[in-house]
Design a protein around this ligand. Structure first.
Ligand code: ATP
Length: 210
């Protein structure tokens, strides 16, 4: 099984990295592919350039076995739609099981994503709790499209290459990139929220400073 973790990563932080590590171990993933969005369609343009965000991801995952940087959205023109990324991974990885990793905030907004109905046809959806965003604890709390796809056991994910929904109980990390950008702009340190090599890169290049 391959984990796919897309994001703006402006910057990547422990709120991404720690849940992804728990997903890698708990789901027994062969790898987690971090996919920075070159041109994220649903939000204001990122502060750091796509190349800087890619570099920060490279530095952040460098010492983590099983973590892989995937730059396909930077190599593709146009808006960075997850559906296109999963389709290209399907071509590359064939009938391997793909697990799209999402925080709860992303999951509850999924219906705003481009061609969102195709996403469960391409991958399992693995949702990780994010502080402030409660997860539905039963089928009845889910959006209509997701009912009947919920599985409770990790082992069930191996029964298909896509199509299931799984809530992964990871340790909550109350960290956001927005907060990190604000703290740096205010001249304070964010050293506890991201890996040291990435922190050094942000300082050296003056990223997010006022
Ligand atoms: P911003 O504050 O700029 O919106 P962010 O911190 O939410 O950024 P993104 O790059 O937008 O980070 O998030 C990418 C993915 O990571 C999304 O699926 C999001 O739900 C998830 N995610 C981000 N932070 C956390 C967190 N602290 N815990 C769990 N999931 C998270």
């Amino acid at each position: 099984m391959i984990g796919v973790f897309g994001g703006t990563f402006d910057p990547i932080h422990y709120g991404h990295l720690r849940p992804a590590k728990e997903a890698l171990v708990t789901l027994g993933l062969e790898q987690v592919r971090f996919v920075p969005a070159a041109r994220p369609p649903h939000r204001r343009p990122p502060v750091a350039s796509a190349e800087q965000r890619l570099r920060m991801v490279e530095l952040a995952v460098a010492d983590e076995p099983g973590f892989v940087v995937d730059d396909r959205e930077l190599r593709r023109p146009g808006p960075s739609y997850t559906v296109d990324t999963l389709m290209s991974m399907r071509e590359e990885f064939g009938e391997r099981t793909l697990c799209l990793l999402l925080g709860t905030d992303a999951f509850v907004q999924l219906e705003t994503w481009h061609c969102w109905q195709q996403l469960p046809q391409l991958a399992h959806l693995v949702v990780m709790p994010r502080p402030g965003w409660p997860i539905p604890d039963s089928d009845s709390g889910l959006p209509a499209w997701a009912r009947g796809t919920l599985v409770q056991q990790v082992a069930e994910l191996a029964r298909a290459t896509s199509g299931f929904l799984f809530f992964l109980r990871v340790t909550p990390q109350d960290i956001s990139a927005t907060r990190i950008r604000e703290v740096i702009a205010d001249g304070d340190t964010v050293a506890d929220w991201l890996p040291p090599a990435e922190f050094d890169y942000i300082c050296q290049h003056g990223i997010y400073r006022k």
